[in-house]
Design a binder for this molecule. Structure first.
Ligand code: BG6
Length: 303
């Protein structure tokens, strides 16, 4: 469906429109009394969420590709049906195929409180079966208000059991990595992907001073990113997820990545809502699981 047809079928005058933006990919462009948001149908990928009067909550790389076959860098990549490298076949795409697939619009609506609702869907097809042999229905639901709600809903439409891992790989826009501290992970176990060992975080507030790839597990807690120079705390509340990943590549790895500037690591942190480790999702035929992240901007009093 081209953007003209999308506007005819799903557009809401003055609130939700469709346009070809970056790289001519189709986007839903949402504007209401609370916020503005851009959501690319390629990857079901939100690339901007700007509550009124705030700088964008999400970080986007100015060097991102917007090209089919490549992942968008920044915003919230959707990692499904595996998070990280594929367990047994390294030729398959890192973080699954959801973020490099074109999704379809299934519904738009204006909610009674003035928030905007958009759902996108991706069903199994001969294309997805090149990567993963199962029948499924994936939906991404976005609710744009003063807070952002993002849900990945997976239904097993096959007649066998399926298992998957997933992440809402959220890039948060920062005033500066040295200014921020993350609350919510004290006394939480994590797997450090960089040395393969497991630890427990002792500190109340996590400061990022080096490359970090930490997969916290057995945690359903809110995480709060304190960013006093942007005068805000960003709270990430979640449901349907017992893992949280913290990722920052730091200088050397960042310089080796061609879709972000060399100093990009100073301006974002990924705080990801994850199903992995001992939170792999198993679905019997007909079962459904929903993984949700809610991002809320709170005014900051640094503690
Ligand atoms: C993180 C992983 O979630 O995503 C890292 O833990 C990875 O290992 C990072 O480097 C970015 O992945 P990608 O595929 O988007 O470059």
């Amino acid at each position: 469906m081209d953007t003209e047809e999308l506007n005819d079928r799903f557009g809401i005058e003055g609130e939700i429109g469709f346009a070809e933006l970056e790289g001519e990919l189709p986007f839903a462009v949402i504007s209401n009394k609370y916020a503005e948001a851009d959501i690319c149908l390629y990857g079901a990928h939100i690339t901007g969420f700007q509550p009124r009067g705030q700088v964008d909550v999400l970080w986007m790389s100015p060097l991102s590709s917007f090209e089919e076959g490549k992942a968008i860098r920044g915003g919230i990549p959707v990692c499904f049906p595996w998070f990280g490298p594929h367990a047994s076949d390294s030729s398959l795409p890192q973080h699954g195929f959801a973020r490099i697939s074109m999704w379809e619009v299934s519904e738009t609506k204006s909610l009674s409180n003035g928030e905007s609702y958009l759902s996108l869907k991706l069903s199994s097809s001969s294309k997805t079966k090149n990567y993963w042999p199962y029948d499924f229905m994936a939906e991404m639901i976005f609710i744009i208000g003063s807070r952002l709600t993002v849900s990945l809903r997976i239904t097993n439409t096959s007649n066998e059991n399926i298992s998957y891992t997933a992440a809402l790989h959220t890039y948060i826009n920062l005033s500066g990595i040295e200014n921020i501290a993350i609350e919510g992970l004290e006394n939480t176990h994590y797997e450090n992907q960089l040395d393969g060992a497991r630890y427990v975080q002792k500190e109340k507030l996590l400061k990022i001073t080096q490359a970090e790839t930490r997969h916290y597990f057995d945690t359903e807690s809110d995480c709060i990113i304190h960013d006093p120079f942007f005068s805000r705390n960003i709270r990430i509340k979640k449901t349907g997820s017992k893992c949280s990943t913290v990722w920052n590549p730091w200088a050397e790895t960042c310089a080796g990545m061609n879709d972000m500037p060399d100093n990009a690591f100073e301006t974002f942190i990924c705080l990801e809502t994850v199903n992995k480790i001992n939170n792999i999702i198993h679905l019997a035929p007909g079962e459904m699981h929903e993984t949700t992240a809610i991002l809320n901007v709170e005014s900051s009093v640094f503690s």
